[in-house]
Design a protein around this ligand. Structure first.
Ligand code: ATP
Ligand code: MG
Ligand code: MG
Ligand code: MG
Length: 469
């Protein structure tokens, strides 16, 4: 069996042999893009090279990049626990050509790696190309000998990548693995493509155009290559399992959870085990890269992820902090590839323990309130925005946590009502302050309040550690 750690190494050493420079993963917090919440693809650290703003350090590179997709344009948070293939944190394996080789070689490398090094059978593989990219379809036919029905033209933006409104862009070609007809889902481009039978394992981006602000596109003099393979998805394929959460790495985390929570990862509880394993990785890696839970920006994304996991811990019976006890297992699995995990382990444990202790003070009562509010309501019901706001403001339930709990019951939340309640509270607070006539401290107060948002808890005395000041 190919372990996750072996697979990462096989990928990187294969591309090293093809003349690529191996580079370590960049941190999750992007240093070259304030508009981006977290690094969400292998090419992000190389953006300035692809735009031409920076000189490449080498013509070819290969990485295993830490990625988080839990907010912004790519948000897979709501997929976790529902699909077999999505994580909020995952590793993207990538090979890059900075104006060096192009489409022919990119396709040939990918095909050789997948079929020779990994030994996958051609009968289990399908590829998509952008419908206008006849060249890519031709190359696939020549290099892989795939029949026409296994080279699927797609005309949507799924197969056309662009960095932004302007800048490098181009068609993509994706490789899919067929997990077999026991699993529901159709091939890419078909009406039921959202199923999990055909899983996208690798995306090859052919950057061959430059998008101009005036809407025209010109050919890049030196086209480039950016690819991304999901490490966990490829590991599932190589380990003969369908669900990413069944690979060795997740199995080890789930084993640790079974011990810590003294519960079994079966039946209804399985989803909770998987969500906790996913969110543990995301939380740990974000903290290792310097993010701390707070009520705004990146820190609030982290807090939301931690609290979602902690709610699942509560389902498994946790009534005191537990999640921090899993960090050791994570470090054993991933600490060699990512030494920052070991270095930050005490900080990760402390942050998790503190956050869980804090949230547990209100979690149980918030859940009781939610049960009461939905008691007697059937599927399709909507929770009032007011109750959702109370859960947020008094019990520290991020709105997406409330929505996630309701989704499990076939219910939803009145988001607009929640937004109104939030706006009203802000307005009331402003008016209360303007009545005090103390304008200097008022300005400071608003800055602080806008920064920290609502306090997570206003219920009883002893709230001194509730703020994030
Ligand atoms: P999907 O369509 O399955 O959501 P994607 O097209 O959004 O995937 P890309 O942006 O092309 O994914 O990323 C490159 C590769 O990274 C994918 O082919 C896949 O193997 C992997 N990947 C993407 N998102 C995730 C995720 N949330 N969890 C695990 N692996 C992922
Ligand atoms: Mg996606
Ligand atoms: Mg896709
Ligand atoms: Mg893709």
């Amino acid at each position: 069996m190919t372990s996750v750690n072996e697979l990462r190494e096989t990928f990187l050493s294969y591309f090293e042999r093809q003349g690529h420079t191996r580079k370590p993963s960049a941190p999750l917090v992007p240093d070259n893009d304030p508009t981006l919440l977290f690094v969400n693809a292998g090419m992000v650290p190389f953006k300035n090279i692809f735009t031409g703003a920076e000189t490449p350090f080498a013509p070819r590179a290969a990485t295993s990049q830490k990625c988080v997709r839990a907010g912004g344009k790519h948000n897979d948070l709501d997929n976790v626990g529902y699909t077999a293939r999505h994580h909020t944190f995952f590793e993207m394996l990538g090979n890059f050509s900075f104006g060096d080789y192009f489409k022919d070689d990119a396709i040939a490398f990918a095909w050789e790696l997948v079929t020779k090094e990994f030994g996958l059978s051609k009968d289990r593989l399908l590829v998509t190309v952008y419908s206008e990219d006849k060249e890519a379809a031709q190359i696939w036919k020549k290099v892989a000998g795939l029949s026409d029905d296994r080279i699927i033209p797609i005309s949507t933006s799924d197969n056309f990548w662009s960095m932004g409104d302007t800048g490098p862009c181009g068609p993509c070609s994706e490789i899919f693995f067929d997990h077999g007809d026991k699993i529901p889902g159709g091939p890419p481009g078909s009406p039921d493509e959202d199923g999990d039978r055909f899983i996208e394992i690798w995306n090859l981006v052919f950057m061959q155009y430059e998008q101009e602000a005036n809407g025209t596109r010109k050919d890049l003099p030196k086209p480039s290559i950016d690819t991304g393979m999901g490490l966990e998805r490829m590991a599932a394929v190589l380990q003969g399992v369908h669900n990413n959460y069944e690979i060795d790495l997740f199995q080890a985390l789930i084993d640790a959870e079974e011990e810590v929570y003294r519960a079994k990862a079966t039946g209804d509880q399985l989803a909770s085990f998987r969500v906790i394993a996913d969110h543990l990785r995301t939380s740990a890696f974000l903290i290792a890269d310097g993010v701390t839970p707070s009520n705004e920006g990146r820190g609030y994304v982290l807090r939301r992820i931690m609290r979602r996991a902690m709610r699942h811990g509560h389902i498994l019976g946790a009534r005191e902090p537990m999640m921090h006890k899993l960090v050791g297992a994570l470090t054993s699995e991933m600490g060699e590839a990512y030494p920052e995990l070991g270095r930050a382990q005490p900080a990760i444990e402390a942050a998790l323990e503190q956050e869980e202790a804090r949230f547990q003070r209100t979690l149980g009562r918030g859940l009781a309130l939610l049960d009461e509010a939905t008691d007697g309501l059937g599927e399709g019901a909507e929770l009032s925005g007011e109750t959702a706001f109370r859960l947020y403001d008094t019990y520290g339930f991020p709105i997406d946590l409330t929505a996630d709990i309701l989704r499990g019951r076939g219910m939803s939340v009145d988001q607009a009502g929640f937004d109104t309640a939030m706006a009203e509270q802000k307005k009331a607070a402003r008016e209360a302050w303007s009545g005090s006539g103390d304008t200097a401290s008022q300005a400071v107060w608003f800055r602080v309040r806008d920064k920290i948002g609502a306090t997570s808890f206003l219920g009883y005395a002893g709230t001194s550690d509730e703020g994030v000041l």
